[in-house]
Ligand binder design. Structure first.
Ligand code: ATP
Ligand code: MG
Length: 390
């Protein structure tokens, strides 16, 4: 495939030798979706965000990566120090990040890593009315795909249960939905103001995360109450935004999330890195301090964290000892066998290892049960069980 490095260099304002070097180091990958060729940045390169996509079309359309959101370990004093005056609190949903764009009149869903995901692209077209991007092709819709029936971050959300088939004897429910949280110019990454974003999304009737409140930055008690409520409802956390988006958003998560993440991390204990585990433990320390926990509450937290670590880890060791393969399982629905195969090919291209556990056709819906394989966890436990030293 011919790639015009000098054109890319001009378009992105990035020197040619940096681009060549990035291709060699595979920081930039060359990809294809249907008739569209594009390059994707797997890492941040100078001013180009991780996950940026550049289409090799006439316009050399660029879709900037979604910026990293930094975390507050303490709400107080971080919010007072960081924000200008008011803070909009939005719910943080626990799914996967998607940017939806209109490129040459095709609606595409791009993942955090800058790849066009065939599964998500098709679901978006079914779930959302995309007139908004036909009217505003320079904008991108940034949002979270959530629900149990997705291949990346399967978590149940009661509000996205959709009946996709029903007759006297059978009901098939797909748990999948999409919520927009930002609208940005896709080439400059400049966001719309919160009010403007919500107004447009309402006008076009597009599901979006609704503000949980807007507070003076000193009013941290109210924000803490929101966090507590979300924790009780087993939800992920909050993203805090300046109403005019003049400073970058920041995030804060609930104990439930830390608990949940740790359970996952210790189930696949040799695959999810030590940094992942450590950062979640640290958050718990600051949260306990900030919420002024007494002895009882502290003990409750300690037990909860302990359980998140010990139970899944021991369960994994037991599974491997019985000769079972540790996988993360999920079920997906497709409209055709072709769509299903296309998605499996896409996962192969990404070098994601999985096993297909079951494929079936139910009333015209193609259902697949898959398990993502965590190779290090399986291999290492197996070898320790045979007596290998660490
Ligand atoms: P990073 O910290 O680099 O953004 P991460 O994978 O660690 O990435 P998270 O900890 O999940 O990400 O937090 C950031 C992500 O939260 C965003 O990329 C976005 O996908 C998701 N998110 C969910 N709800 C919102 C919201 N209301 N506003 C902004 N982002 C949200
Ligand atoms: Mg997330």
């Amino acid at each position: 495939m011919h790639i015009n490095i000098s054109e890319i260099s001009k378009k992105l304002n990035l020197e040619e030798n940096i681009i060549k070097n990035a291709f060699e180091k595979r920081i930039i990958s060359l990809n294809k979706y249907k008739n569209k060729k594009y390059i994707a940045f797997k890492k941040k390169l100078r001013h180009i965000e991780r996950g940026t996509t550049l289409f090799l079309n006439d316009g050399m359309d660029v879709v900037m990566g979604y910026p990293k959101i930094r975390r507050a370990l303490l709400l107080d004093p971080t919010l007072k120090k960081y924000f200008i005056d008011k803070v909009v609190v939005e719910e943080k949903l626990n799914g996967y990040n998607i940017r939806i764009v209109n490129i040459d009149n095709d609606i595409l869903a791009i993942t955090r890593g800058g790849r066009i995901c065939p599964f998500t692209t098709k679901k978006v077209l079914k779930l959302l009315n995309m007139d908004i991007l036909r009217d505003y092709p320079d904008l991108m819709l940034c949002g979270e795909m959530v629900g149990l029936n997705n291949p990346y971050v399967p978590n149940y959300y009661q509000e996205v249960d959709n009946i996709i088939y029903i007759d006297k004897n059978t009901t098939i429910t797909e748990n999948l939905g999409f919520y927009i949280f930002d609208m940005r110019n896709r080439e400059t990454n400049i966001p719309l103001l919160i009010e403007e974003k919500n107004r447009l999304l309402e006008k076009y009737n597009i599901p979006h995360v609704k503000p949980l409140g807007i507070f003076k930055k000193e009013n941290i008690e109210e924000i803490k109450n929101i966090v507590m409520k979300l924790n009780n409802e087993k939800r992920e956390g909050i993203v805090l935004k300046d109403p005019n988006m003049l400073v970058d958003p920041i995030k804060y998560t609930t104990h439930y999330t830390q608990y949940n993440d740790l359970s996952v991390a210790f189930k696949y204990l040799f695959d999810l890195g030590i940094d992942f585990m450590f950062s979640r433990l640290i958050r718990e320390g600051y949260q306990s301090f900030e919420f002024n926990e007494g002895e009882k509450e502290l003990e409750k937290r300690a037990i909860s964290i302990g359980k998140a670590i010990v139970y899944p880890m021991v369960e994994s060791i037991k599974m491997v000892s019985k000769g079972e393969l540790i996988t993360e399982d999920f079920e997906l629905y497709f409209d055709s066998e072709g769509d299903m195969d296309e998605f499996l090919r896409y996962l192969k291209e990404l070098h994601i290892s999985y096993v297909v556990k079951k494929r079936e056709v139910l009333n015209g819906k193609y259902r697949i049960k898959m398990g993502r394989v965590y190779p290090s966890t399986n291999d290492k436990i197996k070898s320790h069980l045979k007596g290998s030293l660490w």
